[in-house]
Design a protein around this ligand. Structure first.
Ligand SMILES: C[S@@+](CC[C@H](N)C(=O)[O-])C[C@H]1O[C@@H](n2cnc3c(N)ncnc32)[C@H](O)[C@@H]1O
Length: 317
């Protein structure tokens, strides 16, 4: 992990994110279609960089795992320890192993992988191109490289209808502007690019991959009474928890991080304080209303594009 990007994914909340939210990340039929487009076959060697708890391993296992090998690489020993234990459940019929290592210096030899992948890794890196070059280095000629990454920058600017009290157009524009400044600052500080997915196909072409393709995750953010799916109930519950159980220390830390990025992105101190005030005012007005809507089963959020992509290419033969 670089010094600049010092998020520890084994911390309670972040770890929870890479367990809970992964349950609703990709639909099975999309995983099947991606596997078929990459010609995945049982017995392959697959390497997952920034593997976390091994989500991509268990998600794709049925497409390559029989007699196959999955190698998860991550910089967090704590996550790897849990990933090893969890893999005993899912790596039936094949072999799963985990290595501690960085995305810029993957501790594996050249051309040892049939299929190299990552998910939500490049978006956190200062030098995503260097990580992609490493992924390509360890992939065999003809092998596949797959990056599942979001374009949070674009999706956050979507304005789907919802039952939340609306803000004024002026406030919304102010909010969007601040978000763009924050994202720019995050990038300048080497904390990663929130719009990374839109750049990956070009990065892949520049790095010499061929047959480059892009698929869009087809699960939109969508919450409608009577909340018939497990995913809708999960997201509703998350929102209720977030509104009911405020963690002031955590909020302080988040605002401090936000301010650092905002200033680095070219924002001024005074605009930062205006944004913070606006956010606090919105929260004050909205909390009671949204909680009442959740309790009475009337909360609604129209479909929002997820802005999450599967970007693939092949190493030339
Ligand atoms: C958002 S999590 C994604 C985990 C997993 N790919 C998933 O989708 O569940 C990012 C992961 O990348 C790892 N990571 C971050 N920077 C890294 C680096 N420079 N080298 C290796 N791993 C890194 C983190 O420890 C974390 O496990």
């Amino acid at each position: 992990m670089t010094k600049k990007n010092n998020r520890d994914w084994s911390e309670k909340d972040l770890r929870k994110m890479i367990v809970d939210q992964r349950r609703f990340m990709w639909r099975d039929d999309m995983i099947d279609r991606i596997s078929s487009s990459l010609n995945l076959k049982h017995g392959m060697t697959a390497i997952d960089v920034g593997c976390g708890l091994g989500y991509l391993g268990w998600t794709f296992w049925k497409h390559f795992g029989e007699g196959g090998t999955y190698i998860g690489v991550d910089c967090s020993e704590k996550l790897l320890k849990d990933a090893r234990e969890m893999s005993e459940e899912w790596s039936v019929g094949g072999n799963a192993c985990f290595l501690r290592g960085g995305a810029y210096t993957i501790p594996l030899q050249d051309a040892c992988s049939d299929w190299t992948m990552c998910q939500t890794l490049l978006m956190h890196l200062e030098k995503p191109e260097a990580a992609l070059a490493e992924m390509i280095r360890i992939t065999k000629p003809g092998g596949a490289v797959m990056c599942m990454e979001p374009d949070n920058l674009s999706s956050s600017l979507a304005v789907p209808f919802s039952s939340r009290p609306s803000i004024t157009l002026k406030e919304r524009m102010f909010w969007f502007k601040a978000w763009l400044i924050w994202a720019e600052g995050r990038k300048r500080l080497g904390k990663g690019d929130y719009g990374i997915a839109s750049k990956v196909p070009k990065m892949m072409a520049d790095a010499g991959l061929v047959g480059i393709d892009c698929r869009c995750n087809d699960i939109p953010g969508f919450i409608q009474p009577p909340y018939e799916t497990e995913a809708q109930r999960y997201w509703l519950d998350k929102m209720r928890e977030h509104l009911e159980e405020r963690d002031e220390e955590d909020e302080k830390r988040s605002w401090k991080e936000y301010k650092e990025c905002f200033i680095a992105g070219g924002g001024s101190q005074s605009t930062f304080y205006r944004i913070r005030k606006l956010a606090e005012r919105i929260r004050e007005i909205n909390t009671g209303i949204i909680l009442d809507q959740i309790r009475s089963g009337s909360y609604y959020a129209g479909p929002r594009p997820k802005g999450f992509f599967c970007l693939t290419g092949f190493v030339p033969e």
